[in-house]
Design a protein around this ligand. Structure first.
Ligand SMILES: [Mg+2]
Length: 177
């Protein structure tokens, strides 16, 4: 039995421009080539899964509902590119959260811990060895490594160029593994 392949993506600074606790759909600004990258990922048959620390919820800067609205705006926009993010995993916990229910010294879901990735692997039947993660911080790559997934740093520029370089050559139809 083989698991599915997935591309895990950090959100802020990888898919969308990080304005700092970004949550307003009106401030959704894609990184260059991000929507094209998403289309490539889906065309290649990968699951596209966002894993995002959202301490802004724990800090009381915005609500979970507002975050969901932001994610819906992303997928509405991606639909015009014929693709979608399959799932969003978020972590609202933070050591200094102002909302006590989200205060946690070292929550297993908060990157660099791998909890969100491990949860997605279980939920979707993903094979970590056939998956990878794109992040813009060391904490993203550390979380990936702890989940057995190869992590790659996005350093700006066109995200679709990075993805194109990381995806294995597209097999001819019928000859894929
Ligand atoms: Mg980031």
């Amino acid at each position: 039995m083989t698991g599915r392949s997935a591309i895990f993506l950090d959100r802020d600074g990888v898919l969308n421009v990080d304005h700092g606790y970004t949550h307003d759909p009106a401030s959704l600004q894609w990184q260059p080539g991000a929507r094209e990258a998403m289309a490539l990922i889906k065309q290649a048959g990968y699951l596209a899964i966002v894993v995002t620390n959202q301490a802004g919820i724990g800090r009381g800067y915005y609500t979970e509902a507002q975050m969901h609205a932001f994610h819906e705006a992303m997928n509405r926009d991606l639909a015009r590119h014929g693709c979608a993010i399959d799932a969003f995993y978020f972590c609202a916990y933070h050591p200094e959260a102002s909302r006590p229910e989200f205060r946690h010294r070292d929550h297993p879901d908060r990157k660099p811990n791998p909890g969100m990735i491990l949860k997605a692997i279980a939920d979707w039947g993903i094979d970590p060895a056939r998956s990878l993660l794109i992040g813009d911080r060391d904490t993203d790559v550390t979380a990936a490594r702890r989940a057995g997934v190869a992590g790659h740093i996005y350093q700006g520029g066109r995200l679709d160029d990075l993805i194109r370089g990381l995806l294995p050559g597209r097999p001819a139809s019928g000859s894929g593994r």
